[in-house]
Ligand binder design. Sequence first.
Ligand SMILES: CC(C)(COP(=O)(O)OP(=O)(O)OC[C@H]1O[C@@H](n2cnc3c(N)ncnc32)[C@H](O)[C@@H]1OP(=O)(O)O)[C@@H](O)C(=O)NCCC(=O)NCCS
Length: 184
Amino acid sequence: MDDSNKPILQPVIELMDDISDRDLEDLCIAVDEAVLDGNGFGWLKPPERSKQKSFWRGVVTMPMRELYCARFEGRIVGSAQLIKPFANNEAGAHIANISTFFIAPYARGHGLAIGMLEVLVQSARKQGFKALEVDVRETQKAAISLIENSGFVRWGVKKKYAWNGERFVSGFYYTKDLEEVVKL
Ligand SMILES: CC(C)(COP(=O)(O)OP(=O)(O)OC[C@H]1O[C@@H](n2cnc3c(N)ncnc32)[C@H](O)[C@@H]1OP(=O)(O)O)[C@@H](O)C(=O)NCCC(=O)NCCS
């Protein structure tokens, strides 16, 4: 098939209720590349494939977690989770968190992270959460720019937030008020 007959595959952000073997493999490849690039939400080196697959399979089964994946040219290239509070946490029931948010280095710069963040904000708002929180290493300049440009406010800094394999780095804590009315 020459290029003119290829279907056009639009980038999309998908809520994953389940994950196929092919998508899981692509997600693991994307994580490995992000870890090697210097940020793997905790992993310092690419995790053993079987361990990583168990991790993601566990994520899609947990009711308090929503797993979103970014698909680019048909392949999974990144993820983010909306983490909802446990049922016992009545005092904190108004706050949702973002975790495992990344786009693989080979798919960056196409607006996928902006799209992903917007989907997370919309989902949290729709479910009645009043605030959305995220924390990030001080060294993640692209993520900091994205988060701050998206209306998140930095409320705290934690020293020794993360060990990067060579030294401790600080972490920035952000919150977004989902009740705030955007003035146009
Ligand atoms: C942060 C990250 C998700 C951005 O992914 P992306 O798909 O390239 O981002 P987008 O193309 O959607 O760009 C969104 C915004 O991010 C910021 N951004 C992206 N790349 C940037 C860079 N190299 N330098 C500074 N800001 C950057 C900009 O604000 C950009 O908006 P703009 O294009 O209007 O300037 C990606 O770099 C990544 O996975 N980094 C490592 C993991 C990480 O830091 N995760 C965040 C944890 S909260």
